[in-house]
Design a protein around this ligand. Structure first.
Ligand code: AP5
Ligand code: MG
Length: 218
């Protein structure tokens, strides 16, 4: 299988999780979501989870060293191979440098630009399945049975950081930190930006771009 080390960068509620699931289905990426991994630690009550919970619920970033260790450990798993998709990491330039320092090269950055009004509408209707990270929307992408995960039948929850205050904090944090990341990856020639309000519009062009990259050099 041809290697492709990718990351998806986008605002809270921008559709990173939703688009990642489609990319995994179509291209067999190993998906590593920093947020999902942290929420699993919280749900399991591990020390890392207890240390991270307040940061997450209030919309602040968890300390860099905690998240970096979690992500780098997941990438080192044999099933990660060298076709993986990072979602929600790196989130600041220090984390990007940590990847560099660990010898982790990035071939492709899928950068989402989504208007803020759209983000607010999406997050208000989101419901998630914590164990898998699957996310639904009460109107746009409802589960087959209201309130239950399609695959396991387990209950869906509203994320504790989907409150108005935490969403505002997350958006501010994103705006403050992201331009440096965009500049970092643009200067390396690996940035591809997708704009719009509809994943249904964004996804076909994203899929074509990834397919092109995988076809290159064959
Ligand atoms: P994380 O879980 O990554 O949250 P986030 O970045 O705020 O992004 P979301 O998961 O909220 O949104 P998404 O882009 O995945 O959108 P989704 O597909 O669900 O991180 C959470 C927290 O963990 C952070 O705040 C921080 O505390 C910590 N953390 C994580 N990474 C960290 C790091 N690297 N360093 C430090 N701390 C870190 O879509 C949203 C909704 O919209 C869903 O309901 C979906 O169904 C719906 N939707 C999707 N597409 C469409 C569409 N086209 N039309 C209508 N609705 C749509
Ligand atoms: Mg997500």
């Amino acid at each position: 299988m041809k290697s492709l080390r990718a990351l998806i960068l986008g605002p809270p509620g921008g559709g990173k999780g939703t688009l990642s699931k489609r990319l995994v289905r179509d291209f067999d990426f190993f998906h590593v979501s920093a947020g999902d991994a942290l929420r699993r630690e919280v749900a399991e009550g591990t020390r890392l989870g207890r240390e991270s919970e307040a940061f997450i619920n209030d919309g602040f970033l968890v300390p860099d060293d905690v998240v970096t260790k979690l992500v780098v450990n997941q990438l080192a798993r044999p099933e990660a191979g060298d076709r993986w998709l990072l979602d929600g990491f790196p989130r600041n330039i220090a984390q990007a440098r940590e990847l560099d320092r660990n010898g982790v090269d990035i071939d492709l950055v899928l950068n989402l630009e989504i208007p803020e009004a759209e983000i607010l509408a999406r997050l208000g209707g989101r419901r998630v399945h914590v164990a898998s990270g699957r996310s639904y929307h009460v109107d746009w992408n409802p589960p087959e049975v209201e309130g239950l995960d399609d695959e396991t039948g387990e209950p869906l929850v509203t994320r504790p950081d989907d409150t108005a205050d935490a969403i505002r904090t997350r958006l501010e944090r994103y705006d403050d930190l992201t331009q440096a990341l965009v500049d970092h990856y643009e200067s390396r020639g690996v940035l591809a930006t997708f704009r719009g309000t509809e994943s249904d519009v964004i996804y076909p062009s994203m899929k074509a771009h990834v397919a092109d990259m995988l076809a290159e050099g064959i």
